[in-house]
Each structure stands twice: as structure tokens, then as C-alpha cells.
Write a protein that binds this ligand. Structure first.
Ligand SMILES: NC(=O)c1ccc[n+]([C@@H]2O[C@H](COP(=O)([O-])OP(=O)(O)OC[C@H]3O[C@@H](n4cnc5c(N)ncnc54)[C@H](OP(=O)(O)O)[C@@H]3O)[C@@H](O)[C@H]2O)c1
Length: 269
């Protein structure tokens, strides 16, 4: 069953094949309830970020769940605006404190540039400095795997060239109609696992009524078809929902999309 399956990162760390996304879940009780439903229904991988403002709510949900820390895979992210060696370390420890844990399973640089007012500034040296901090934390055993998010091939090459250390993961936008093939192909060559964020196009996938026919053929929902497509495309999907039935549905993925349908869906524009 998908809920018990893992990908194995280049350093041998096992990562559950589907993660529970938590972006935009900013209300404390909704966040705690969502994470609890996810954990009760078999998710063991939670994706958060300092920028989501919900790390402490996730800690609370984990405590309430009664699950052991080592049963879980927790990812967080260094804010896009916070770059540099010391800053990265400070941010990492602040994240650990909010999550009430003494290690992370995966820590990512959230984006190569600040979200706003990045202009033409070259942030490569700043990303390299952050990356060096993350490598040191990884070598100290404080993080099981390290990576990046929203990085292009060029952004990743700069990190590798400067440090000789290849990210284990690149978390990028991937969904039916947005396959991000260029970056995905490069990451595959480098054994960098691609995590698919917005696997449901943040809800816009449901406007694609053509998908309903294909989903019906397999007796599944459009959400299940879309998330399963991410898996068969070789990526790790991070669906988000705050509704229990949808949370359950999004992990109920034990069917196979036929090659001819995969070929069509993978070429969707
Ligand atoms: N690294 C980055 O820069 C980055 C950027 C964006 C996202 N992410 C990560 O990726 C995760 C997923 O992306 P996302 O939050 O944009 O959303 P998404 O998973 O693509 O879509 C979520 C939307 O679909 C709805 N939905 C979920 N399951 C459904 C179902 N079975 N049937 C009908 N509607 C359903 C949700 O509504 P309800 O919640 O109301 O059910 C919500 O409106 C994020 O939460 C975050 O962890 C990372």
C-alpha cells in the first residue's frame, strides 16, 4: 500500500512516498485537526516551512497523536528571505524549537531568491553560504537529509560546484499540466528526488473537466488521479487538505494509471 511505501534518497534515508502539505493552514485549531487526521489515517510525512507560520501547531498535533518522533518524517524550510551561514543556523534552531524536536528529517532552502523585491540581485553567494550551514548541520546529525526548493538546474549547479555536495531533494511545482520536465530530468540525472508541490494545482486541477473521464475509467477521483500521476511520474506528491474525507482519499492511491494514459497526462499543457 502506498501509505507504507518509501522513496530512498541518495544518502539511503527513507522518505514516505506521500507527504501532507500544510501551506496556508494558518488557523491553529484547523491545523492541529488537519495534521491529526493525516496522522490517524496513515500519513507519516509532514511538509511545513517557517514561512507557513504553523510549525508550533504541528508540534502540538504530533504531541496529541501519541506517535513517536522516529515514526515521523518532518520537513521544514529556511525562509527565502533569510540567507547566509549564521542566519541559516539561527533559523534552523528556531524551527527546531517551534517543532519541539531535536532533529529534522529534511530541511530545504525555500527558494533561490526572496519572494518579493528580489530584482536583479544575484543571490548565489548567499545561497552557497546557507548551503554550507546546512551541510554542517547535516554532518552534525541534526538533519537527516538536506535540499532545496524552487531551484533551477543553474541554481543547483552553483551549490554543487562550490561545495561538492549535491542536494538530496528539490521541491518544485509539479502537477498534471505542469510537468517541469527540464528540472525534473536534471534532478533525475543527479539522483535528486523531486517533490511535487501543488499536486492539485492548489485546487485549480478541478477546473480541468477533461480529467473526470480518465478518473472515472479507474473508479477514482480527479484528486486521486492527479496525485497518482505525480507518483508514476517519479515525484513525491505533497497534497494539502483540511477535510478528513479528502485527506483519506488523497492517500488512497493503490491503483495504476496505464502507460497510454500516463503518456497523455504527462504531455498535458
Ligand atoms: N516549496 C514551495 O515553495 C511550496 C509552494 C507551494 C506548496 N508547497 C507545499 O505543497 C503543498 C501542496 O500544495 P498546495 O497547498 O498549493 O495545494 P494542493 O495540494 O495542490 O491543493 C490543495 C487544494 O485542493 C483542495 N483539495 C485537496 N484535496 C482535495 C480532494 N480530494 N478533493 C477536492 N479538493 C481537494 C484543498 O481544499 P481543502 O483544504 O479545503 O480540502 C485545497 O484547496 C503545500 O501545502 C506545501 O506543503 C510548497
Amino acid at each position: 500500500m502506498i501509505k507504507n511505501e518509501h522513496y530512498t534518497l541518495a544518502n539511503g534515508i527513507k522518505i514516505p512516498k506521500v507527504g501532507y502539505g500544510t501551506w496556508q493552514i494558518t488557523d491553529k485549531s484547523i491545523c492541529i485537526q488537519g495534521v491529526l487526521w493525516a496522522l490517524e489515517n496513515g500519513y507519516r510525512h509532514i511538509d511545513t516551512a517557517a514561512a507557513y507560520g504553523n510549525e508550533s501547531f504541528i508540534a502540538e498535533a504530533i504531541m496529541q497523536s501519541g506517535l513517536l518522533r522516529q515514526e515521523l518524517f518532518i520537513t521544514s524550510k529556511l525562509p527565502a528571505e533569510k540567507k547566509g551561514y549564521e542566519i541559516a543556523k539561527e533559523e534552523f534552531y528556531a524551527t527546531l524549537a517551534r517543532l519541539q524536536t531535536n532533529y529534522l528529517d529534511l530541511y530545504l532552502i525555500h527558494a533561490p531568491k526572496p519572494w518579493r523585491n528580489a530584482g536583479d540581485i544575484d543571490y548565489t553567494p548567499d545561497n552557497i553560504a546557507s548551503w554550507r550551514a546546512m551541510i554542517d548541520l547535516y554532518k552534525e546529525g541534526k538533519i537527516k537529509a538536506i535540499g532545496v526548493s524552487n531551484f533551477s538546474q543553474k541554481d543547483i549547479e552553483a551549490l554543487i560546484e562550490a561545495t561538492g555536495f549535491t542536494p538530496h531533494v528539490n521541491q518544485i511545482k509539479v502537477h498534471i499540466g505542469h510537468n517541469n520536465l527540464e528540472t525534473k530530468t536534471y534532478c533525475d540525472q543527479k539522483e535528486i528526488l523531486v517533490e511535487a508541490y501543488c499536486p492539485l494545482a492548489s485546487g485549480r486541477i478541478f477546473q480541468q473537466t477533461d480529467l473526470e473521464k480518465t478518473a472515472a475509467k479507474y473508479g477514482v477521483s480527479v484528486a486521486q488521479l492527479s496525485i497518482r500521476w505525480c507518483l508514476q511520474f517519479g515525484t513525491l506528491p505533497l497534497p494539502k487538505s483540511t477535510h478528513e474525507q479528502r485527506i483519506i482519499e488523497n492517500l488512497n492511491l493503490d491503483f495504476t494509471i496505464k502507460k497510454e494514459d500516463m503518456d497523455i497526462l504527462s504531455k498535458w499543457q
